[in-house]
Design a protein around this ligand. Sequence first.
Ligand SMILES: NC(=O)c1ccc[n+]([C@@H]2O[C@H](COP(=O)([O-])OP(=O)(O)OC[C@H]3O[C@@H](n4cnc5c(N)ncnc54)[C@H](O)[C@@H]3O)[C@@H](O)[C@H]2O)c1
Length: 302
Amino acid sequence: MGIAEGRVVVVTGAGRGLGRAHALAFAAEGAKVVVNDLGVGADGAGASQSPAEEVVAEIRAAGGEAVAHGGDIATTEGAASLVATAVDVFGGLDTLVNNAGFLRDRMLVNLDEDDWDAVLRVHLKGHFLVLKHAAQWWRAEAKAGRRRAARVVNTSSGAGLLGSVGQGNYSAAKAGIVGLTLVASAEMGRYGVQVNALAPAARTRMTEQTFAETMAAPEAGAFDAMAPENVSPLVVWLGSDASAGVTGRVFEAEAGRITVMEGWRPGPTADKGARWTPAEAGEAASKLLARAEAPMPVYGAR
Ligand SMILES: NC(=O)c1ccc[n+]([C@@H]2O[C@H](COP(=O)([O-])OP(=O)(O)OC[C@H]3O[C@@H](n4cnc5c(N)ncnc54)[C@H](O)[C@@H]3O)[C@@H](O)[C@H]2O)c1
C-alpha cells in the first residue's frame, strides 16, 4: 500500500519541473492524479496541452491513474473546472498541490506594470482561486457528513520568505502565499482541511540558467541533489493521511534536506504606555534593534 493509496490529488503546473515530479510521486504512492498544466513558456506566454498529456501518459505507462486538465488556474473557469474534473473523473478530491507559475524578473526600477500583474496573477491569484473552489467542495462534503482528510500544499519560495534581488513581483507573490496559507489553515481546519506551504529548490527551466552552478547535475552515479524528485517526498507526505495534525507550517525542501521555517514573531519590545515623540521613538527603536537578531540576508544582495 502506498502512502497516498486511493487519494485523489490535483497538482497545478504538473506538466514540467517540480509539479511533474510531485504528480509522478503521488501516482507511485497509489494516488489518482489530475495533472493540470497550461503549457506556457518560461515567461507565461503561449499555451499547449502537450506537457500535461505527456505526464498523464507517463503515469499510465507506469500502471497509475491520471487525467489531464489544460486550464488556466488563474481564472475562475480554470480553477472551477479543475476541481470539477477531480470530482467527475475520480469521484472526489483529497489533496490539492498549488504549484503552477512563472517568472518575469526585473529590478524594481525597470519592472513594468504588466510583469507585476502577470506574476501576482499566476502565483497569488492562481493559488487563491483553486484553493477557494476546493474549499467550497470540502465544506459542502463536511456539511453533508462526508468530512475528508483533506490536504493543501502551497508553493512559496525562499524569495517570498527572505526576498530576492530582481524578483520584487515574485517575492511579493510568494510572501502573499505564506499569508494565504496561514489564513486558509485557520479557516479550513473545521472542514478537515490542512494547509501547509513549501519553499522548494530544484533544477527546472525556472532555475537551470540563473543558478546554473548550484543546479548543475553531478557526475553519473553521485546523488543528484537538485533533481526536482528530491522535493516531492515531503509534498506527498504532507498531501497524505499520514500528516494528520500538521497545518499552517512552512517547510523548505531541497536535495536531501527538510527544514521547518520559523516565521515572524515578536522580538525585543518597549512600551511607554503613552505616545512617543519621534525622537523618543527613534531612541527606543535603536535600543531594541541593538538587542534584536540580525535579519537573514536577501537572496542576491551584496
Ligand atoms: N525551481 C525552483 O528552484 C523553485 C524555487 C522556489 C519556488 N519554485 C516554485 O515551484 C513551482 C514550480 O516551478 P518549476 O521550477 O517547476 O517551474 P516550471 O516552469 O518547470 O513549471 C511550472 C509549470 O507551471 C505551468 N503554468 C504556468 N502558468 C500556468 C497557469 N496559469 N495555469 C496552469 N499551469 C501553468 C507551466 O506551464 C509549467 O509547466 C513554481 O510555483 C515556482 O515558483 C521553484
